[in-house]
Each structure stands twice: as structure tokens, then as C-alpha cells.
Design a protein around this ligand. Structure first.
Ligand code: PLP
Length: 383
């Protein structure tokens, strides 16, 4: 059955496969399917594709190729960063993370906490920022790892990672950032950020689903996560998903080449909000535009609003009926209708929190489509 055209505004949940990625992948699915670990000539092309992908990805984030480890996506990279760090500690050191992390981090922290590693949560302010001072207050010489996300998936706020990493290092801790929403959307330079570990996921920047990477700074002490064969320098066993890894590299290169274009999405956000205001339905006191919405301090194109006495899920369904795809919060949490932990952590009042929706625009959206989304939302609110 052919699907009718939709207006897709949920790019923070996942993105459409980049056409260059798709073209690059095809050959490795059908013709060049050799196992890259095999020594014979038929495996050479797959092996070369892995090498090429590693080099491209490293260049996109200013890392070295031997610092890029392929994984099955953001969730695995996050699990590896938390559990691999904890298991490599010489004693049960403390892990500090923020209250607004993705569940891949929060649940990994709960897991190691059950094994006896203390976990401390650093609070965020009303726009979702972790202040270096609040981290400084709770870090001690027994802190082993600090993990704070680069950009939040629900409200888009970008953290001052460089200063937070410096603070963590001052206590001898290693620093991880979940950059799943940031890579391919804002410039990411691991050296400028000063991080030891960084998670990324291909399907958030036009790559295929089920593939990602973990940047591990040379010399960082991290236990291997999946045990088995010698792949990924013995640190992450399992036959590599060659086609997807190459697709990820191509998508990332294309996204990074086009980063300046993403700036135009800030104007689309302003336009969207202005349409809501013009309709006279939304007065300042009736909605909260969540997160830090200054240009450069949040992800371009990500709008999170909480509407007073509205039901975000009902709004999402009303727009869905019109072929408009938006989200109520994190897609991974769509079965859970409770107020999101992120919206709670930034202190949204209860009568606003349940009325939260997230619109995440991608580069292929045009001004008239942004207007259609705004009009559909206005109509849904009138009802
Ligand atoms: N971290 C963040 C911030 C995310 O937004 C997501 C997915 O939404 C993940 C981790 C998990 O990534 P994946 O879907 O590749 O497992």
C-alpha cells in the first residue's frame, strides 16, 4: 500500500536515509558481502570500506581513526560508556550524570548502581543547562566518570561541555557525552569539547538505523562491552555491519558538509511560533517554549512547547490524522504517557507539562509546510 505524503517533523526521533548513504550501501549488501575479518581477497573490499568509514567519521569529529569504535547505535554506545568505564575503575568510584539524560544513560547508571557504584544526579536549571558550579559542588576525588549529554533530545538545549569536561578532569574523572542528537546537527569537535568518550547514532543524521559509534580517546581506560571475536581492536566483538557503517559515514560527511544550511531552521522556528501567536490562541501565559531557545544554544529546528491545560498526546494524534508527524516527547518513550523526566527536571508546572509537544524540523521542510503544521496545531487547539 502506497503511503500518502506526510509532513515529517519528528527528525529528533529518526531521519530519512540520505540518498548518498543509500547508494554507498547497496554494493555492500548485494555484491561485496564478504566478512571483513576473513583473510581472503573477497573480504578485502569490505575491510577497505570499514577503514574508509572510520577515516571519514574521525575527520568529521576531529578524532583519529583508531579512536572510532562501531556499535549498534546510540543505546549501545551509551551502555558501553557507562558500564565499560565502571568496570574499568580500580574501585567502586562514583558516576555523575544529569537529570535530563536519555534513558540509555539513566538505565545504565541504575544498572551499575545495583552493582555498588554510587550514582549522583546533577540538576539542571529551568532551560535544561547543567552549570559548571553545580557539577563542581558534587564532584570529588572519588568521582570516576561524569556523563552529560551534548544536546537534549526533548528540548534541544546544548550544554557547555568543554567547561564541564574540564571540571571533571580536575577531579581525575573521565568525561563522556551523549552526542546522539548533536552529531550531524551542530559542529562537533572532540578535541575542542575536551571529552574522553562520545556516543553517536547514524539514524539521527540521515544514516541507517541500528548503527552508531563510540569515540574513545586514545589512552582512555574502558572495558570491552561485547566479548567474542577480535573486531574493533578486541573491544567490541561481532561481525561488522559493513553496509550500514559505510552508510553512516557517508551520511555524516554529507551532514557535516551542509551544517551551515541548518542555521536556516532557526528562522523556521521563529516563523512557527509567530504563526501561533498571530492566531491569538496562544498568549504568553498559555505556553512555555521549553529549553534555551537562543540561536546556537539549542539544536536548530527543535521546538518543544508546553501548552496549558492541553493534552500533548491528543494533539499529536490530531495532527497525525492530517498527515503531520510530530512527537509528544522522546520517541523511545511513546508508550509511557507520564510527564517526561526532562520536562519535570526543568520544573514545568503540572498544568503545562502534560501538554508538551516536540516539533523537530529537518532540512527538507519548506516554509509553507511549517505554516501547515502551525495551522493544524491551531485548529487542534481550537477544538
Ligand atoms: N541518546 C539520545 C540523546 C537519543 O536521543 C537517543 C535516541 O533517541 C539515544 C541515545 C538512543 O539512540 P539509538 O536510537 O541509536 O539507540
Amino acid at each position: 500500500m502506497k503511503r500518502e505524503k506526510v509532513i515529517y517533523a519528528d527528525n529528533a526521533a529518526t531521519t530519512k536515509l540520505n540518498s548518498k548513504a543509500y547508494e554507498a550501501m547497496k554494493t555492500y549488501l548485494i555484491e561485496e558481502y564478504g566478512n571483513p575479518s576473513q583473510p581472503y581477497s573477497f573480504a578485502r573490499t569490505s575491510k577497505l570500506a570499514l577503514k574508509q568509514a572510520r577515516e571519514i567519521i574521525a575527520q568529521c569529529i576531529n578524532a583519529e581513526p583508531n579512536e572510532i569504535y562501531f556499535t549498534s547505535g546510540g543505546t549501545e554506545s551509551d551502555n558501553w560508556a557507562i558500564k565499560g568505564s565502571a568496570f574499568a575503575f580500580s574501585e567502586k568510584k562514583t558516576i555523575i550524570t544529569s537529570a535530563i539524560e536519555h534513558h540509555a544513560i539513566l538505565r545504565s547508571c541504575e544498572f551499575v548502581e545495583r552493582l555498588g557504584y554510587p550514582v549522583v544526579y546533577v540538576p539542571v536549571n529551568e532551560v535544561g543547562e547543567v552549570s559548571p558550579e553545580s557539577l563542581d559542588k558534587i564532584a570529588t576525588n572519588s568521582t570516576g566518570l561524569v556523563s552529560v549529554m551534548l544536546a537534549n533530545n526533548e528540548i534541544g538545549t546544548i550544554q557547555n561541555i568543554n567547561t564541564l569536561a574540564d571540571n571533571a578532569h580536575a577531579y581525575g574523572a573521565i568525561f563522556h557525552t551523549d552526542a546522539v542528537q548533536a552529531v550531524g546537527h551542530i559542529p562537533v569537535d572532540v578535541k575542542a569539547l575536551g571529552v574522553d568518550l562520545l556516543s553517536a547514532s547514524a539514524h539521527k543524521f540521515g544514516g541507517p538505523k541500528g548503527v552508531g559509534f563510540l569515540y574513545i580517546k586514545d589512552g582512555t581506560n574502558l572495558d570491552s562491552y561485547l566479548n567474542g571475536g577480535s573486531q574493533e581492536s578486541f573491544k567490541r566483538a561481532g561481525t561488522e555491519n559493513v553496509a550500514s557503517i559505510l552508510g553512516m559515514a557517508m551520511a555524516l560527511k554529507d551532514s557535516v558538509d551542509n551544517l551551515p544550511c541548518l542555521q536556516s531552521l532557526y528562522a523556521e522556528e521563529e516563523y512557527f511560533i509567530s504563526r501561533l501567536k498571530q492566531a491569538g490562541l496562544i498568549e504568553y501565559e498559555d505556553y512555555i517554549w521549553n529549553g534555551n531557545h537562543e540561536k546556537g544554544n539549542h539544536l536548530p529546528g527543535l521546538i518543544s512547547i508546553s501548552l496549558k491545560n492541553k493534552d500533548g498526546e491528543a494533539l499529536m494524534h490530531r495532527l497525525d490524522l492530517k498527515g503531520i508527524i510530530i512527537s509528544t516527547g522522546a520517541a523511545c518513550d511513546s508508550i509511557n504517557t507520564q510527564v517526561s523526566h526532562v520536562i519535570k527536571a526543568i520544573g514545568a508546572p503540572e498544568d503545562f507539562a502534560i501538554g508538551t509537544i516536540r516539533i523537530s524540523l529537518g532540512m527538507d521542510i519548506c516554509r509553507s509546510e511549517v505554516g501547515v503544521i502551525a495551522d493544524a496545531l491551531i485548529e487542534a487547539l481550537r477544538k
